[in-house]
Design a protein around this ligand. Structure first.
Ligand code: FES
Length: 106
């Protein structure tokens, strides 16, 4: 199975500088799982159940590499007025499709 890259745009590094952080991982995990596995602080107040939206990320590029929003994610996005590029990290899985890079900003 091919690896994919998730690029976290403008993460704050140990020197308090903004810097992109690139994580290489396997497809099939949610963005929240990838964050937590890689010690990237990521709010998730409802525990990943698509109820709070604290995990939301803005997708900068590579939307085609991500799973489609589920009914429950669409419902919350509509309620909150999120645009199509705002996704719940707990519901959004990385897929390996056309490109293998996705960029997001927390
Ligand atoms: S953790 Fe609550 S919506 Fe994702």
């Amino acid at each position: 199975m091919n690896n994919i890259e998730i690029i976290y745009v403008e993460e704050i590094d140990e020197n308090q500088q903004k810097k992109d952080k690139i994580i290489t991982t396997n497809p099939g995990k949610t963005i929240l799982e990838i964050s937590l596995e890689n010690h990237i602080p990521h709010a998730h107040a409802c525990g990943g159940n698509a109820k709070c939206s604290t995990c939301r990320v803005m997708i900068i590029s590579g939307m085609e590499n991500l799973s489609e929003p589920s009914i429950i994610e669409n419902h919350l996005a509509q309620k909150k007025g999120f645009g199509r590029n705002i996704r719940l990290a707990c519901q959004t899985k990385s897929l390996w499709k056309y490109k293998n890079k996705t960029s997001c900003k927390r």
